[in-house]
Structure formats: C-alpha cells, structure tokens
Design a protein around this ligand. Structure first.
Ligand SMILES: C[S@@+](CC[C@H](N)C(=O)[O-])C[C@H]1O[C@@H](n2cnc3c(N)ncnc32)[C@H](O)[C@@H]1O
Length: 269
C-alpha cells in the first residue's frame, strides 16, 4: 500500500511523535516569503461564530491553536483529535493547561466519537490525503456538524514544492517519485469535487508564499523527515554536501515554489 495512506505506518512511524512533522514546519516557518505565516493565514480565513464548538481532526501537536492562542475568542470550545497518541500527548503538553477551552480525544477521522450535530465548525489541516477511505471521514464530519456548519480542509496543490522533488532527483534520480503531488489523492485541484459529494458552497483559497532557503541543514532535515522524498539517514552527509553545492551554485538561495491552500465548504440543511 502507498505509505501516504497507510494508517498503521503513519501512526506507528511517521506520526508516532511530532519530530518529523516539526522539521517540515520549521522550514516553512523560517524560510517562507509570506509575512502572514501559514497557521495565522488559516486562522484568518475562519468565519466562526462566537460561543462556537469547533472540532479539529488530525490536529498533530496542536500548532494551529498554539500559534493563534493570543487571539482565540474565550467563548470558543475547541476539541482536538488525532489517531496518534504521541501527537495528543504533545498537544496536551502545549494546551492542556487551558481546560474548559480545549478538549482532547484520540479518534480516527473515519469514526468520530461525538453525537450528530455537535459542532459549528470542523477543521482538517493537511490530513485528508492520509485517509484511505475519505468518503467515510467526510460522512462523519458532515454528521457531527450542525446545519450551516462550516468545514475547513487545508491541503496542497499539484505543483506544491515540485522544485524540491526536482532538486532531490538531481541527487538521486527517481528518489523523489513518491513526492509527486499529481498522485496525491486530496489536493486543491481534486479536493473540491470530493467535498461536493457531502457539502455545498465549496471555495478554494491559496496562501501566497514560496520558500527561499539559505541554509543547508534545515533543508536536509526536511528531506530526511519525509518518507516521500526517498533519501535516508545513511545519505545525510552526502546529501548535505550536495545541498551546499546547490546553494553556492544559486547565489546562496534555493527557491522552492509552494502551493498550499484552504478548501471551505458548508453543510446546508
Ligand atoms: C501532516 S500532519 C498535520 C498535523 C496538523 N493538522 C498540522 O497541520 O500541523 C497529519 C496528522 O493527521 C493525523 N492523521 C492522519 N490520518 C488520520 C486519521 N484517519 N484520523 C485521525 N488522525 C489522522 C496524523 O497522526 C498527523 O498528526
């Protein structure tokens, strides 16, 4: 099975804890060209009423909330779920001291342990492409939303970071085949039709940002954190030398074009 959708592999390995994901988030945080950072940009797109109950599925270590804590309406109640116990432990370390506002639960997005029509908004940030049975997850998200509730699903576009795939394939041809977003089952291009089977008024917003990377190590960490880029720990030093040479060749900057965005949809009726 494709590792991208292999729940057992993802739970036990890639997302056992947040260390691998963190290497990728660090690169985006430190080298993005946009002044509006990703998690702030996503938060700025929310149109969520006061006194809302909000569910995030696949919350990881809770970055969306940690990064926006200083402007979180005090009357929102946020339930954070993930199927990785390790991710939830880290979320608890970050946000557990705010009981009453944050609730944590281990849950698979395909079987949510909540009554129908509980939440005013639901969020799935860069996680639906990991769910092999997306209709099951979308059906569950629709079920737990109240009528007129909003679903926010963040994902990548088909061209997202293909410059990086190309760079890695210069180091080792064919190594980055698994990073072709054209094969990704839930993108900004193929996601809207999938949502339309369950929701209405589907809208696509793109975050205008690229990467301008000026140091080798963060890029090496990023590539090694991902099972999709086909470079492993035993190649770290060789790959580092390769990236340094590339930086020299490109005047100290490696530019990687990104395509991240947010799909917004409404449960009508
Ligand atoms: C790429 S990470 C994104 C984490 C977080 N949403 C963020 O944007 O930082 C994907 C997360 O989804 C979780 N995940 C993947 N499939 C899931 C499923 N079927 N049910 C619940 N969580 C899932 C993983 O454990 C991981 O924490």
């Amino acid at each position: 099975m494709d590792k991208l959708q292999d729940s057992e592999y993802l739970k036990r390995n890639q997302y056992r804890d947040s260390s691998r994901l963190q290497s990728r988030i660090d690169l985006h945080r430190d080298y993005s060209t946009s002044s509006e950072h990703w998690f702030q940009w996503v938060f700025n797109r929310f149109k969520i009423p006061s006194q809302a109950r909000i569910l995030e599925v696949g919350c990881g270590p809770g970055h969306l909330w940690v990064e926006n804590l200083n402007r979180l309406p005090a009357d929102w109640s946020v339930t954070l779920t993930d199927y990785s116990e390790g991710m939830l432990r880290e979320t608890h370390r970050q946000l557990g001291k705010l009981p009453g506002q944050f609730w944590l639960a281990a849950a698979d997005a395909r079987k949510l342990p909540f009554p129908a029509q509980t939440f005013h908004a639901a969020i799935a940030n860069h996680m639906l492409y990991h769910v092999p049975d997306r209709p099951a997850a979308l059906r569950e998200i629709r079920r737990i939303l109240r009528p007129q509730g909003t679903f926010y699903a963040a994902t990548v576009g088909m061209d997202h970071m293909q410059d990086l795939a190309e760079l890695v394939s210069q180091f080792e041809p064919e190594s980055a085949e698994g990073f072709q977003e054209s094969k990704n089952p839930f993108t900004l291009e193929n996601g809207p039709d999938q949502l339309r089977g369950f929701f209405d008024r589907v809208q696509v917003d793109r975050h205008p940002s690229d990467l301008r990377v000026t140091r080798a190590d963060p890029l090496v960490d990023y590539v090694l954190s991902s099972f999709r880029l086909g470079v492993d720990e035993s190649q770290r030093e060789d790959f580092r030398i390769f990236v340094k040479r590339q930086l020299d060749r490109h005047g100290g900057v490696i530019t990687i074009r990104k395509d991240n965005g947010l799909l917004t949809a409404v449960k009508s009726g």
